[in-house]
Design a protein around this ligand. Structure first.
Ligand SMILES: Nc1ncnc2c1ncn2[C@@H]1O[C@H](COP(=O)(O)OP(=O)(O)OP(=O)(O)O)[C@@H](O)[C@H]1O
Length: 334
């Protein structure tokens, strides 16, 4: 449905790239989350797809037709793309119904369609109100209704819930995606929150410094992350650097980078050995009780510090920690 090929964008005439050689495809009806830290190029990518920026290299095609390349540029309003941003961007002087109507450019049944969209987002009775008379969550649902009204092929949501507090965020996110699933529209959902991505996306695309480091289903991102960065996004992870390899007496391939999930590091509450392949003794420097588990800050024999979790509350001052080779994650690069 969406084909992105070698897409690059620089804002400083090629000195640095906000987006570099990005390629991926999206199937119709899929929800794909775009995750990455601040400045990784998420917004630049969706602005290029929406037609709010022009690419320096590469191309974008929708349903087999090129909409952006070096010699072709389809205007944003002709792309059949709906947009919902962090700021609700409703017109303050228009009623809710008129805001939704604004999204529909033509057609006889404009008003009927707008009302249907308000019904869909659960705001049937709010059509005559103005944006300032609605809560933040309600305003965001109006923005969604407006974006869906012209029946877009692709819906882009760029950090749509960032303005809301945590509880409301989760509730609204679930509501919004329940609505979206009913429409079968294809979705690109920009978020820096991995929980958001894991909760609603069929696939997750990870951007780092303008490049795609992985695009995969959630389970694979956890089990087979391509890089240490991806591993860390989906669970607390320790880089097994040279010092840790020495401490645990586990020499690993020098050409690769290795890591272990914190929850795979086994703790023996005393200095007695565990049944792990690689072990070391450690002094407990700090214990933090976290409900049903305890976080331990450890100083290993080698002097390295390590944080681990355990359910065992009877921890001696000196303990044994270890892990098994089958739990080690290996990456080609950091
Ligand atoms: N209009 C612009 N002019 C100059 N530089 C820009 C412009 N837009 C983005 N950039 C730069 O491009 C890079 C990627 O920015 P972008 O906004 O796409 O990142 P992001 O992942 O969406 O970040 P955030 O999560 O903070 O919104 C950043 O270094 C940013 O400073």
């Amino acid at each position: 449905m969406l084909q992105i090929t070698s897409l690059s964008k620089s804002f400083d005439k090629g000195k640095t790239f906000a987006l570099e050689d990005v390629s991926f495809n999206l199937k119709a009806g899929q929800v794909c989350a775009i995750v990455g830290e601040s400045g990784s190029g998420k917004t630049t990518l969706v602005r290029l797809i929406a037609g709010l920026e022009r690419p320096d290299h590469g191309s974008i095609a929708m349903n087999g037709k090129t909409i952006a390349s070096l010699d072709k540029f389809v205007q944003p309003e002709k792309r059949k793309i709906g947009l919902v941003f962090q700021e609700y961007a409703l017109f303050p002087h228009l009623t809710i119904l008129d805001n939704v109507l604004y999204g529909i450019s033509k057609g006889k049944n404009k008003k009927k369609r707008a009302q249907e969209m308000l019904d869909l987002v659960g705001l049937s009775e709010m059509g005559k109100r103005y944006p300032h008379q609605l809560s933040g969550g309600q305003q965001q649902r109006v923005a969604l209704a407006r974006a869906l009204a012209p029946q877009p092929s692709l819906l882009i949501l760029d950090e749509p819930f960032s303005n809301l507090d945590t509880l409301l965020r989760t509730q609204l996110r679930n509501e919004v995606f329940d609505i979206i699933k009913k429409t079968e529209v294809t979705v690109l959902f920009v978020t820096h929150d991995t929980q958001d991505a894991l909760s609603v996306a069929d696939e997750i695309l990870i951007l780092q410094k303008g490049k795609v480091v992985q695009k995969d289903v959630a389970a694979n991102l956890y089990v087979k992350p391509n890089t240490l960065y991806v591993a860390s996004l989906f669970g607390s992870t320790v880089h097994i650097n040279q010092n840790l390899q020495t401490a645990f007496k586990c020499p690993l391939k020098e050409t690769c980078c290795h890591a272990i999930r914190n929850d795979k590091i086994k703790v023996s509450p005393s200095s007695h050995e565990t049944d792990c392949e690689y072990i070391t003794t450690a002094k407990v420097i700090k214990k933090i009780e976290l409900g049903d588990s305890v976080q331990l800050l450890l100083k290993l024999e080698s002097g390295e510090q390590l944080t681990v979790m355990t359910k065992d509350k009877n921890i001696a001052d000196t303990i044994t920690v270890g892990f098994n080779s089958t739990d080690i994650l290996e990456f080609e690069q950091e």
